[in-house]
Design a protein around this ligand. Structure first.
Ligand code: PHB
Length: 359
């Protein structure tokens, strides 16, 4: 049941209500701060807190004021947050992020963002200099891929130094790992492109490198097998993700986090016919993945209870509801009225809409 404990790796979570990773753009200059500590601290009744996506290197950034986990100062400031969260009895994983093509030269002294392949990429991106057109990225050289895998492993080691209970690799929502997985963005002809086995190699090597560094029991991954956000497309998507998720069974990870869908405020995405449709993703992969599954994507109280009680997944990660309800587990348990969220304060700003939602 949603309010009963569950074990992930070697740790026990007090309940199955997780706080989903949420980009809030308040880590000014990429450094976590006191306001963020208060924000996470207010949400420690979650069985598990998964932090906002945090870049593994300066190259991994693609949004304004998202935190990093590659410098000593970032580690030091994250440590204040993890200590505070642990003091109040919760557990916290950091989400490790490289955005790949979803960046802009404004973040990189005029250099192009990197990706598996130089596939045309359109849309808008908000940079420190304003709203700009996305650009076609530069394809990574083979040796650069190896060094990004090393960046992931170093970031994971930093996360443990900063006191995190583990790391969640961001393999979802059209960022670098997803760009390698899907054939719409991966046109490589070397060992990282072409066949499904080659396209999932990067994801598996990141999993492997991090597991070797900090232990598989502290390593998790998030995937969005029906995601089309960030112009994602795969011509044989069910087989692609089935192959990957089946291979993940070999690692004994802390958990697999599956996004049923990603529904950013005010946007809807159409899912191609050959994709698993809304409501099918978590149930389908439950039959393939043997370990703990965290489900995410527009869950209500009723749907969350239904999914856990019917064993479609083990844990539910709530995003928007956790923004507006710091004590979400208590509220769900007591069936209390939930605060509404304000989309205008989701991304960037100050305390308003961040640490001032009523308990
Ligand atoms: C975003 O900042 O819009 C964002 C970040 C991470 C995601 C999805 C969206 O996984």
């Amino acid at each position: 049941m949603l309010f009963s404990p569950v074990k992930i790796g070697n740790i026990e979570l007090s309940n199955r209500v997780a706080m989903a990773p949420l980009t809030r753009n308040r880590a000014f200059g990429t450094i976590p701060n006191e306001m963020m500590r208060i924000y996470y601290n207010q949400r420690t009744s979650a069985g598990l807190i998964i932090t906002e996506a945090s870049q593994i290197s300066p190259q991994g950034v693609g949004y304004v004021d998202t935190p990093g986990i590659y410098s000593e100062e970032q580690i030091k400031q994250w440590k204040r947050i993890t200590e505070s969260v642990h003091k109040y009895g919760s557990k916290i994983f950091i989400q490790l992020w490289h955005v790949g093509r979803s960046s802009h030269p404004d973040f990189h002294n005029g250099e192009l963002p990197v990706a598996p392949s130089a596939v045309e990429y359109t849309g808008k991106v908000k940079t420190p200099q304003g709203l700009k057109d996305k650009v076609t990225p530069r394809a990574l050289e083979l040796h650069e891929i190896k060094s990004i895998i090393q960046d992931y492993a170093n970031a994971a080691e930093n996360a443990i130094k900063a006191g995190f209970d583990g790391v969640e690799i961001h393999g979802a929502n059209g960022y670098l790992i997803d760009q390698f997985i899907c054939d719409g963005s991966n046109k490589r002809t070397d060992e990282y492109g072409g066949s499904i086995e080659n396209r999932i190699k990067f994801a598996l090597e990141v999993v492997e490198a991090i597991s070797n560094k900090i232990g598989a029991e502290r390593t998790a991954i998030k995937l969005s097998p029906s995601g089309t956000f960030n112009s994602m497309y795969d011509s044989n998507v069910v087989e692609t993700f089935t192959t990957l998720i089946d291979k993940l069974n070999n690692y004994n990870l802390a958990y697999l986090h599956l996004a049923e869908h990603y529904n950013p405020p005010g946007k809807t995405y159409t899912i191609p016919d050959h994709y698993l449709q809304e409501g099918e993703v978590i149930k389908y992969f439950r039959k393939i993945y043997k370990g703990i599954i965290v489900g995410n994507g527009g869950f209500t109280r009723e749907k969350a209870m239904e999914y856990v009680e019917n064993n479609y997944c083990d844990i539910i990660a709530f995003g928007k509801l956790f923004i507006s309800n710091p004590k979400l587990p208590e509220k769900l348990k007591g069936h209390l009225i939930l605060n509404k969220w304000d989309v205008n304060t989701f991304y960037g700003g100050n305390e308003i809409g961040y640490i001032d939602y009523p308990f």
